[in-house]
Design a protein around this ligand. Structure first.
Ligand code: ZN
Length: 215
């Protein structure tokens, strides 16, 4: 499906742009990181990457006719840019799990609404806390929304060996989160977000891919 989502020349809709297909129902992309309402994550600027918000939502809706799109962002930072894009849009259900309080400071308690689910997690949270958040909040919320498509902002900076944040997710934990995501919608597309330990990142991505492609 991702080749048909490749519709926006400005890079703003390139969640699954230019990227190899994993199979018929999972597309994987590398995105520009943390969009922040028109500004960029400092690390993103450092890397010289695109400043455009990452989303495949518009092409998915316009080209594929997939009207109900859920976005799950498990990057360790709050997905404030994506939240700002779709706040008030009842065709998009946005979920962010993130360390809080932490940069950029948004997404704290009491900031959810009907189609925005912010899940602030305390520093030190690991596989158990993330799995519990999925069971108690994320899965019921997304299932009730009944999305046609799930887009995942897959950041790996909540890993226990990541230098930036203070979370304790393991490779097995990422495999589990990915497996749970893959069960939430008939189609799924994934974009790589944060992850700043370049020694561990490849195996974390590999573990997540195993989960996303699990039958
Ligand atoms: Zn991040």
């Amino acid at each position: 499906m991702q080749q048909r989502l490749d519709t926006r020349p400005d890079g703003g809709g390139d969640l699954v742009h230019r990227l190899p297909r994993v199979d018929d129902e999972v597309a994987v992309g590398v995105g520009p990181g943390h969009p922040q309402e028109g500004r960029a994550h400092p690390l993103v600027e450092l890397q010289g990457l695109s400043l455009h918000p990452v989303t495949g939502v518009e092409p998915a809706q316009a080209v594929l006719g997939l009207q109900r799109v859920a976005v799950i962002d498990f990057d360790v930072h709050h997905g404030n840019g994506t939240e700002a894009l779709f706040r008030g849009d009842d065709s998009v259900y946005f979920v962010s799990l993130h360390q809080w309080p932490f940069w950029p400071g948004s997404g704290g308690p009491g900031t959810s609404d009907e189609t925005t689910l912010n899940v602030p997690l305390a520093a030190g949270s690991g596989d158990r806390e993330y799995a519990r958040a999925f069971s108690e909040l994320v899965e019921p919320g997304v299932r009730a929304f009944e999305p046609d498509l799930l887009l995942v902002s897959a950041g790996f900076d909540a890993h226990e060996a990541d230098p930036l944040a203070s979370m304790e997710v393991t490779a097995a934990g990422y495999r589990e989160l990915a497996t749970r995501c893959s069960a939430l919608a008939p189609r799924i597309a994934v974009v790589l977000e944060g992850g700043y330990n370049l020694e561990t990142l490849p195996r974390l991505v590999e573990a997540a891919l195993e989960g996303f492609t699990a039958a």
